[in-house]
Design a protein around this ligand. Structure first.
Ligand SMILES: Cc1cc2nc3c(=O)[nH]c(=O)nc-3n(C[C@H](O)[C@H](O)[C@H](O)COP(=O)(O)OP(=O)(O)OC[C@H]3O[C@@H](n4cnc5c(N)ncnc54)[C@H](O)[C@@H]3O)c2cc1C
Length: 540
């Protein structure tokens, strides 16, 4: 056995590390964007994410959730059974306030601190981020209806993870889901056919939802038609009288990735519901939730890219081929440095965006900027993540393609943030809508880009964009071009202002000035790869 099975040249797993402490770009971003006070907490989350969280993530994906629609006597129970590892992830997330900390402690930097914690934990496992994110995002939408917020907010913001399937009165902590998408249309929610009928002090819903993730949540924000149009409702799993609500899980989706998380199809069969916000104003009400989940798509995409770079660099530093370590080969250096630049820019972008949510508490301009920048960044970061994951996986060779490596899971997860909460085209159209509705937000966006004072490359890019936006005749067909350019200009500005000069120059040359090919690993001649790789390495 040992004569033929000596294990040589196989890297040690990247494990038992503090994901936060070993990420220079993230540490700097957290300090810069106003969340220095959260550093100790982030180390605690970082140790979980680089330690037992890795094991939980693997287990929760291997032993996927199962639907138990009926009990042994035929009673409908609509329960999803999870592996204990799922609950460990959820408990860690809730106890560290990833689902609620800015609402519990609304202080400067609160959204940045939470974004960083979410970014760190998502590197252990992304699937559990779904109910965590929906709960975080549900609170601001719920606040439009104080009576509902009074009942649910203390539970939704509790640090106690309480997975028991019980009525509100028995619950210490609760989680919030979202059910908008129907069979006939997801992006076009106006096509929703679920009907709501008023019954005294509440409403009853009849209809179906084609995607409803984390169906063991305690409440769901959902859309349904009334006589006044599409409206937003809160549907609890249990009615206030303690009876199980008529919300039935039909089946669980068999998904490409995100397998630890259950996503279901559900039916409302006269389900008890309460109106959230104004009747007929369902979309503006639920948009409060959607804008926060879109922020989390940005954070999740950036987290995936950081994980890809950390893993790929680690592997390449320990594996040799053709007489030297992979990381010492010039072409591999170009690939890794290109991946690292993308990750560095994504980290800076998500942190800046999260600060806009902090600033938005007291500034209308910050709210406008956040509205536009969230859509721009959601499009671009989510668009980059799958290509980035594929290339990072390839750095492992065959080892990247097997399920035991974290890369296969990362790769299968990567397209998801680009689909939910608005897929690419829909988000680009949303950017156009946001700019048309509030032209002042465009100037705020450019002001942010131009904060890299005197950088002519960025000024040129802003000028080009302004010209492009001036010609609106066929803008819809050009929306991806415009949004991509906006995102790159913002990222370039952040890099120029905050990243070491070699990184900023390489980013601007390759992304803004186009001196590169279409694949990763095509950084221009003369790029200083050493400082890029040194900075991106998991520093221990
Ligand atoms: C794993 C997973 C979990 C999910 N969980 C939930 C959940 O918990 N709750 C929930 O409500 N939904 C959920 N969804 C659904 C998701 O939000 C929708 O799939 C998404 O919004 C897209 O809707 P759709 O699938 O109907 O696609 P469609 O709306 O049919 O879109 C198909 C394609 O057409 C493009 N398109 C649409 N309109 C236009 C246009 N005007 N111009 C150009 N292109 C256009 C889109 O960009 C997309 O590429 C989940 C999806 C997945 C994959």
């Amino acid at each position: 056995m040992t004569r033929t099975h000596e294990v040589l040249n196989q890297p040690p797993p990247l494990a038992d590390y503090d994901v936060f402490a070993t990420d220079r770009a993230l540490g700097e971003a957290v300090r810069r964007e106003g969340a220095e006070w959260a550093i100790d907490r982030l180390h605690a989350v970082g140790r979980i994410a680089g330690g037992e969280g890795i094991v939980w993530g693997a287990q929760a994906n291997k032993h996927v959730p199962e639907l138990r629609a009926f009990d042994r006597y035929g009673h409908r129970v609509d329960e999803v059974e999870y592996h204990p590892a799922w609950h460990m992830l959820m408990r860690a997330g809730v106890e560290h306030g990833l689902h609620a900390s800015p609402w519990r402690e609304p202080k400067p930097g609160a959204h940045v601190a939470r974004a960083a914690a979410f970014f760190v934990m998502a590197q252990a496992e992304a699937g559990f981020g779904c109910p965590i994110s929906m709960t975080y995002s549900g609170v601001p939408a719920l606040r439009s209806t104080p009576s509902l917020a009074k009942l649910w907010e203390p539970r939704l913001t509790s640090l106690q993870y309480d997975p028991r399937n019980r009525p509100a009165a028995d619950k210490h902590g609760a989680l919030c889901g979202m059910a908008m998408t129907e069979k006939q249309g997801g992006s076009d929610v106006r096509a929703n056919s679920t009907r709501a009928t008023k019954k005294g002090d509440h409403w009853e819903l009849v209809g179906h939802k084609w995607f409803c993730s984390a169906p063991m949540c305690d409440v769901f924000l959902t859309l349904a038609q009334t006589e006044r149009g599409l409206s937003c409702f809160l549907v609890p799993r249990w009615r206030p009288d303690g009876v199980k609500n008529a919300m039935h899980i039909q089946r669980l989706k068999d998904k490409l990735g995100n397998r630890s998380n259950a996503s279901s199809e559900i039916e409302y069969d006269g389900a008890f519901a309460e109106l959230v916000g104004e009747e007929g104003r369902g979309v503006p009400t639920i948009i409060e939730m959607v804008s926060h989940t879109r922020l989390d798509c940005c954070i999740g995409a950036a987290a995936g890219m950081r994980l890809g770079v950390a893993q790929a660099l680690h592997h390449a530093s320990h594996r040799a081929a053709f007489g030297k370590r992979l990381v010492d080969h010039a072409l591999m250096q170009n690939v890794l440095a290109d991946l690292a630049l993308e990750s560095e820019a994504a980290t800076a972008t998500m942190a800046r965006l999260a600060r806009a949510y902090d600033d938005a508490q007291g500034s209308a301009d910050a709210r406008r900027f956040a509205r536009l920048a969230t859509a721009v960044c959601k499009y671009w970061l989510c668009k980059r993540a799958p290509a980035h994951a594929a290339e990072a996986l390839e750095c492992f060779g065959g080892n990247g393609y097997v399920e035991e490596s974290p890369m296969a899971r990362l790769y299968r997860e990567a397209p998801l943030n680009g689909i939910w909460e608005g897929s690419g085209n829909v988000i680009c159209l949303d950017v156009l809508r946001a700019m048309q509705k509030d032209p002042s937000s465009v100037q705020l966006f450019f002001d942010e880009c131009l904060a890299a004072r005197g950088d002519q490359r960025i000024e040129r890019s802003v000028g080009d964009l302004q010209r492009e936006l001036g010609e609106i005749a066929d803008i819809e067909g050009r929306a991806r071009r415009v949004v991509e350019r906006m995102a790159l200009t913002l990222q370039a500005s952040l890099m120029v202002r905050h990243a070491p000069r070699e990184l900023a120059d390489a980013f601007v040359a390759s992304r803004l000035e186009g001196d590169r090919g279409l694949a990763f690993g095509t950084l221009p001649r003369g790029t200083a790869v050493d400082p890029i790789l040194e900075r991106a390495a998991v520093a221990r």
